[in-house]
Design a protein around this ligand. Sequence first.
Ligand code: RB5
Length: 143
Amino acid sequence: MKIGLCSDHAGVEYKAKLISYLLGKGYEVVNFGTDSTESCDYPDFAHPLATAVEKGECDLGIAICGTGNGMAITLNHHKGIRAGLAWNTAIGELVKEHNNANVLVLPARFISYRMAVSIVRTWLNTEFAGGRHQRRIDKITAC
Ligand code: RB5
């Protein structure tokens, strides 16, 4: 399983720690930046991650900014992306089980790193439920 990660300056610290965590768990990881705490623009990192997931170059993605909203809004401009923001483990579970999010978005300024890891672990270990949720997902791109 290959996971792409991106962040802006607000999420760079969590991203670095999550990369170490994921490598330790045996996942392949692709880092789309940023790797600096200098102020930067989240779309510059969200678009390359989204494209890689859409092309199948990464199986899943994790995106981190201050609130998570900038990343989520940008990622969801891509037709093949279902980016879901999660701030606790229950949401992390449901965003996979119900929404089949292929990119998990985390709000670094509003959750602890311990919570971030817990959300990532839950999201990765949860299966999409399908059924009525697949029907709803099909309707997202039907417009
Ligand atoms: C950066 O200050 C902040 O705006 C960004 O990380 C994010 O929260 C945007 O949605």
